[in-house]
Design a binder for this molecule. Structure first.
Ligand SMILES: Cc1cc2nc3c(=O)[nH]c(=O)nc-3n(C[C@H](O)[C@H](O)[C@H](O)COP(=O)(O)OP(=O)(O)OC[C@H]3O[C@@H](n4cnc5c(N)ncnc54)[C@H](O)[C@@H]3O)c2cc1C
Length: 424
């Protein structure tokens, strides 16, 4: 039995809600709205779970409380970008479009903003596992959350960086064990000998498989009377009485509207007078169905900056931050970078008989690394939940609870000020 930290409403809500976007965030919100008593219609131009929520690593990275924009990232950005096997890519043809965002990104590293974002991330991430436990227990599928542990590894023989990181994590209430030699081998026998040491996070969770998770959330949503309309939403018109959702030239009216359209939320917000600096951080994956048993945990490489881990669909290898917008097709050589790094750390992957699938997705990222969880400043019936960057799976269930508490004007255990849509 999971204790609820959410402050619940005594009386169920009545009325209807449209949720735009059936990724892990939209699906979590749609289910939470049903739990609170609303009749919910979910819109997506595709089948559910085929956006960023499809091919991510499925790791609940609650320890990632440092905003992406920080002095260390800024210091290393140029060398990471210039390294052809590095994790950062910025296609030149997109540079002029991303420049204003980059400026805001740099500004977000100023001490005061950094501190504010870190505190907000810490709060969100701290509540995220319990929120998932509540959600998955409610749908009768607690097994979708796996207490798997996580290992962050270094190849360099110098343990100073790991020790320093361990102290920093400890100061923020995150427990780790510094492992090397026999202990490292015991945890992950298949890792290459060149992996010297690691920080082991025994309390870390992953989901069994991110796409499967979406499928199960969706199945429950439908079984509970939800409606799904597979059409692109082209316009939102909020008033003080309702929200009109336009798709295929038809207007549908609801008591509430909620935008959870991932990186594509920016366009929908622009139509209702709100400009948000939301950009796509394109990430890539390789999935090798027959190789899941090679690893026991998700493994992050501190130096190569990629992650690999076992999922129900296979061994998933993810990485790259490519600031390339939503229109460019995937760039093939990024898959080669992932192939190179994963084979270095896991020599068994050099077997030529392994078949892989390739995928690219768009992380929805704001310059301060925080999501938007808010209402329209002039039309409270239109709400927003998007922008969870690298942490959308981690934060989906808590984001859903927060946005429904907001709609019901309830207090929340988390201060929502940092997630305002007008903060930029
Ligand atoms: C390589 C990679 C690895 C990652 N690994 C992790 C991880 O291990 N852990 C973690 O927590 N996060 C991870 N993430 C981040 C995570 O995947 C995202 O933050 C999350 O999936 C975002 O979910 P979402 O529901 O907001 O967006 P999406 O899943 O992108 O969903 C948005 C939906 O909106 C729909 N939509 C858009 N516009 C419209 C419209 N106008 N009308 C109708 N529908 C519309 C789209 O079709 C889409 O289905 C990773 C991301 C990538 C790319």
């Amino acid at each position: 039995m999971v204790l609820s930290v959410a402050i619940r409403k005594d009386k169920p809500m009545t009325g209807s809600m449209a949720v735009v976007g059936a990724g892990v965030v939209g699906l979590s919100c749609a289910l939470e709205a049903q739990r609170q008593g609303l009749r919910v219609t979910l819109f997506d131009r595709d089948a559910p779970g085929l956006g960023a929520s499809f091919g991510n690593a499925g790791y609940l990275a609650t320890e990632l409380i440092e905003p992406l924009s920080n002095p260390a990232t800024l210091r290393s950005a140029l060398s990471l970008w210039l390294n052809p096997k590095g994790p950062l890519a910025l296609p030149l043809r997109y540079l002029h479009r991303i420049a204003p965002w980059l400026l805001r990104f740099v500004m977000a590293a100023r001490p005061q903003s950094l501190q504010r974002s870190r505190a907000a991330l810490l709060q969100l991430n701290r509540e995220s596992i319990a929120a998932w436990q509540r959600s998955l227990e409610d749908i009768g599928a607690p097994e979708l959350l796996v207490k798997s542990g996580y290992l962050l590894v270094w190849e360099s023989a110098d343990t100073q960086a790991a020790e320093q990181h361990q102290r920093w994590l400890n100061d923020h209430g995150i427990q780790t064990e510094l492992v090397q030699g026999a202990r490292l081998l015991e945890l992950e026998p298949a890792l290459a000998k060149q992996v010297h040491h690691g920080l082991y996070f025994p309390d870390a969770y992953r989901v069994s498989d991110p796409y499967d998770l979406c499928q199960q959330l969706f199945a429950t949503f439908m079984a509970r009377g939800g409606e799904f309309i597979q059409q692109a939403v082209t316009e939102l018109t909020p008033t003080s009485d309702d929200v009109a959702v336009t798709s295929e030239n038809v207007d549908y009216h609801y008591d509430h509207g909620l935008v959870c359209a991932g990186v594509w939320s920016r366009k929908l917000l622009s139509q209702v007078g709100l400009e948000v600096p939301l950009e796509a951080e394109r990430g890539y994956h390789l999935t090798i169905p027959s190789a899941a048993s090679l690893l026991n945990h998700h493994i992050g490489s501190a130096e190569r900056k990629f992650v690999m881990g076992p999922l129900d669909s296979g061994l998933r290898i993810v990485g790259m931050t490519e600031l390339g917008g939503v229109e460019l097709p995937p760039i093939k050589r990024r898959f080669e970078v992932l192939r190179h790094h994963s084979r270095q750390l896991l020599p068994d992957l050099n077997a030529t008989s392994l078949t892989e699938s390739e995928w690219m997705g768009h992380r929805p990222t704001l310059p301060d690394s925080l999501p938007v969880i808010d209402q329209h400043p002039d039309y409270a019936r239109l709400c927003f939940a998007f922008g969870n960057q690298h942490l959308g799976v981690t934060q989906a269930a808590i984001t859903a609870e927060l946005v429904l508490q907001l709609i019901q004007q309830q207090e929340s255990v988390i201060d929502r000020t940092a997630f305002k849509v007008t903060r930029f």
